[in-house]
Write a protein that binds this ligand. Structure first.
Ligand code: PEP
Length: 248
């Protein structure tokens, strides 16, 4: 089964009501190829703006993070159920900024992933190594550890998309080369084949994220295990459309 090309946009903590509405409106007007699945993750306060503005249903909407409980005394947290209530269908989990700045553990990220799936959200599960880890040659050990935390408690990966995002490439302008990304994606898929089974591993989409832009996206075109992109900075700009169209 061919894996559908997927492009995610992570707005991070950027934007206003007006700018988020404008980005969605631009995507709706851009005649995006229907073969591409496009998911945007605005900051939580603007999820409803994105859902309401998405009149052509061109894009799906995601949260950037959720908690692992449905409701209760968890000040400042957002539940998957509330995200669904706003009309969004996705959440990110494990973004490196949450792993490194907020200090979320592999286990906590796995619990959130499991709970989000159980409540009915699809999940973009982000993994990736730091520069030090890359230099020490442990990239695939790190991604395996991050994936194993999830596969230990989640057996059905149908609604998970994996985003491989080397931390050193995020927001730095230093994208991984298409060859490096392909090699790591292949290693990630091989590891998943051992843990969640060959069939699921062959079907799961593995996105590359880290300084993807309107120019370099096309260079990943012939990389067999790169099934799309998770885009940060460039998702706020008109070039996001070029990334979405990079496989045409
Ligand atoms: C991200 O935040 O997921 C990301 C990949 O950022 P950027 O594209 O800006 O490197």
């Amino acid at each position: 089964m061919a894996r559908q090309f997927f492009v995610g946009g992570n707005f991070k903590m950027n934007g206003t009501k007006e700018s988020v509405a404008q980005i969605i409106d631009n995507l709706n007007k851009a005649e995006l190829p229907s073969a591409v699945q496009v998911v945007v993750a605005p900051p939580a306060p603007y999820i409803s703006v994105a859902v309401a503005e998405n009149k052509q249903k061109t894009v799906e909407v995601s949260a950037q993070n959720v908690f692992d409980k449905a409701s209760g005394a968890y000040t400042g947290e957002i539940s998957p159920n509330q995200v669904l209530d706003l009309g969004a269908k996705w959440t990110l989990t494990g973004h490196s900024e949450r792993r490194t700045i907020i200090k979320e553990s592999d286990e906590f990220i796995a619990e959130k992933t499991k709970f989000a799936l159980e409540q009915g959200l699809s999940v973009i599960l982000c993994i990736g190594e730091t520069l030090e880890e890359r230099k020490s040659g442990v990239t695939l050990d790190v991604t395996a550890r991050q994936l194993d935390a999830v596969s230990k408690i989640v057996s059905d990966w149908t609604n998970i998309v994996v985003a491989y995002e080397p931390v050193w490439a995020i927001g730095t302008g230093l994208a991984a080369t298409p060859e490096d990304a392909q090699e790591t994606h292949k290693g990630i898929r091989a590891h998943l084949a051992k843990t969640i089974g060959e069939k699921q591993a062959a079907e799961v989409r593995i996105l590359y994220g880290g300084s993807v832009n309107g120019k370099n996206a096309v260079e990943f075109k012939d990389k067999a295990d790169v099934d799309g992109f998770l885009v940060g900075g460039a998702s706020l700009k008109p070039e996001f459309v070029d990334i979405i169209k990079s496989r045409l």
